[in-house]
Design a protein around this ligand. Structure first.
Ligand SMILES: [Mn+2]
Length: 304
């Protein structure tokens, strides 16, 4: 009975089997409903399901996706593209490891690693930002000279927090141990984190610093292969309110799009995550934004 009179069973972008079967899909969506180390408002465990549900309302033709690299500049009107044609398979939700956050990170690293080894482009949907540690490690251990573009309001550079080095507040510290990071969106840190960033000369940029530097200035600091980790609180709270630790003064949709377009034009995007959507904390439009962001990055990464 699963004919064209029915919507396809819940997968990212509500694709038919022709464009979502595992074997023929270049892209795999990995939903990770984990928020066990959250210390602000909780609820990001509901993020993956909300993003996948919202993605059913998305146009599969992305009118805002520039055809790259044809000399077209970021910010110009795109000619549009249909990223789903590459095939997007949605896996079931990863079972939560309740022993400790390290166990969860290791489980994610193992799964993402298997998918990369199978030739897949992996999109990890959080869940809290901690899930990015496993995903980034799996990429860093397979892709030489990987760099990481991190979107986040917070430094996330604590060495340990609330008794764990795998607390969400330690996410970028753990990732920085396996690959160099360029961070955009910073506007919240404890004093020790800020001192560490300055002492080490780390490339963390607040929204105002990013506006002065420009997207090209960020892109040129990244290596040829780039993993993107996206904590949605990098956006201004007026753009995305449904996050556990919102901060004022954040990035706007077009600023983020322009940076991603620029990086995709100059570098190779090898994988990414979108994390920290807690749908019960904000308008439903926020899940729609997260779905479109994921689809946009897929399109940019697979543009050839
Ligand atoms: Mn954050």
């Amino acid at each position: 009975m699963a004919d064209e009179r029915f919507f396809p069973a819940g997968n990212f972008a509500a694709l038919s089997a022709e464009y979502s079967a595992y074997e023929r899909s270049r892209v795999v969506i990995l939903p990770v409903p984990y928020d066990s180390t959250a210390s602000g408002w909780v609820g990001s465990r509901e993020g993956p399901a909300a993003i996948i549900a919202a993605s059913a309302n998305m146009e599969l033709y992305d009118i805002g996706l520039p055809t790259l690299p044809t000399g077209r500049q970021a910010g110009q009107a795109g000619t549009g593209a249909e990223p789903y044609l590459a095939g997007i398979h949605t896996l079931p939700e990863v079972a939560v490891h309740t022993g400790n956050p390290q166990g969860m990170v290791e489980r994610i690293e193992e799964i993402v690693g298997e998918l990369i080894d199978a030739g897949k482009f992996v999109v990890t949907l959080g869940g809290e930002h901690t899930v990015a540690v496993g995903a980034a490690r799996a990429h860093a251990r397979r892709i030489p000279a990987l760099s990481v573009l991190a979107f986040d309001a917070h430094a996330d550079m604590r060495d340990t927090y609330l008794d764990s080095p795998y607390n969400h507040a330690c996410t970028l510290r753990r990732i920085s141990e396996v690959a160099p990071i360029v961070q955009v969106g910073l506007r919240s840190a404890e004093r020790e984190e800020h001192e560490y960033i300055r002492e080490q000369g780390l490339r963390f940029y607040g929204p105002r610093e990013y506006r002065a530097l420009g997207p090209e200035g960020v892109a040129e600091q990244l290596s040829d292969s780039v993993y993107v980790t996206f904590d949605l609180d990098a956006f201004d709270s007026s753009v995305v309110a449904a996050v556990g630790t919102p901060e004022p003064g954040g990035l706007l949709w077009d600023e983020v799009s322009e940076l991603l377009e620029t990086v995709a034009r100059r570098r190779r995007l090898v994988g990414f995550d979108v994390t920290e959507l807690a749908p019960s904390l904000g308008p439903r439009a926020n899940a729609q934004l997260a779905a479109k962001l994921a689809y946009r990055i897929i399109g940019l990464a697979l543009r050839e």
